[in-house]
Design a protein around this ligand. Structure first.
Ligand code: T3D
Length: 264
């Protein structure tokens, strides 16, 4: 299908969604959200893909919500409902990416600002080019961090850094984001695309069903008691132990050969 604001490509089980409004630094519009939803429906279909990569066209990842389309610009400002786009667009997207039964890589090629920064940080693996940065731009326009920022940031970098990022709204260079443990990796610009491609290819050869179970376990842990989490692990491990890939993994180990996972 042809989209106007994104590109969708699926090659060797790797689906790539490229945010594609480079003249607006790939800022999100309602149309872009609708197109991403449509693309995800195809990607979720059984056998369609085993990894999703989200990246940006041109020099930026995304500047977050398109402020020319935002709530405050449409109609009477005193009646603006900024939460509506969160409830209708961003929050369902965040839930959907977490629940997607495959790894999701945010390939942050340049600046990621506002809701786009937090969307990237909510992905399973974040790889950023060295020239990229993460900007909690919200306070600059008198908003609070959204798209999960107030959840993700204190948990991943601690309250002191989360507060600094949110209140000062200064760009966080990719290298510092990696040093703080906010992202998986910061890679030299020259090697960025190759690193994303090799990571995606490696995950596409992996035990996809197990990755989906692993996501469930990891994302539940932040809100779980220790004992509940142990029970959840046992239940999910039971499922993992019944996959074809578990049998293949153990067989390959005993036969001293690389495993050939099929994602089931
Ligand atoms: O409904 C609601 O509004 C609520 C939703 C809230 C969720 C959010 O995401 S709030 C946060 C929204 N994002 C921002 O506040 C970031 C705004 N952008 C910037 O601060 C800067 O663009 C950057 C720091 C990200 C990058 O700066 P720079 O100098 O590299 O690029 P630039 O020149 O500012 O941007 C290039 C073009 O993209 C420019 O257009 P022009 O002048 O060439 O015609 C600029 O206006 C446009 N652009 C950048 N960000 C946005 C945008 N257009 C619309 N919306 C944007 N968010």
């Amino acid at each position: 299908m042809n989209y106007r604001t994104i590109l969708l490509e699926v090659t060797d089980s790797v689906a790539t969604i490229t945010l594609n409004r480079p003249e607006r630094l790939n800022a999100f519009t309602a149309e872009m959200h609708a197109e991403i939803r449509d693309a995800l429906t195809g990607i979720e279909a059984p056998g369609a893909a085993r990894v999703l990569v989200i990246t940006g066209a041109g020099r930026g990842f995304s500047a977050g919500q398109d402020l020319a389309e935002g709530a405050v610009m449409s109609g009477d400002p005193s009646r603006a409902d900024v939460a509506r786009t969160l409830e209708e667009n961003y929050n369902p997207l965040l839930h959907r990416l977490r629940a997607l039964p495959m790894p999701v890589i945010a390939a942050v090629n340049g600046v990621a600002a506002g809701a786009a920064a937090n969307l990237a940080l909510a992905c399973d693996i974040v790889i950023a080019a060295r020239s990229a940065s993460f900007l909690q731009a919200f306070a600059r326009i008198a908003l609070i961090p959204d798209a999960g920022g107030t959840y993700t940031l204190p948990r991943q970098v601690g309250m002191a850094r989360a507060m600094g990022l949110a209140m000062l709204a200064e760009p966080l260079p990719a290298e510092t984001a990696a040093a703080w443990g906010l992202i998986w990796k910061c890679v030299a610009d020259d090697h960025f695309r190759d690193e994303v491609a090799s990571t995606a290819a490696s995950l596409a050869r992996g035990p996809t069903r197990t990755y989906a179970l692993l996501k469930q376990a990891m994302y539940a842990s932040a809100d779980s008691r220790f004992d509940d989490q142990l029970q959840r692990e046992a239940a999910l491990q039971r499922e993992a132990g019944r996959t074809h890939d578990f049998r293949e993994g153990v067989t390959a180990f005993l036969e001293k050969r690389p495993a050939r996972f099929e994602g089931r």
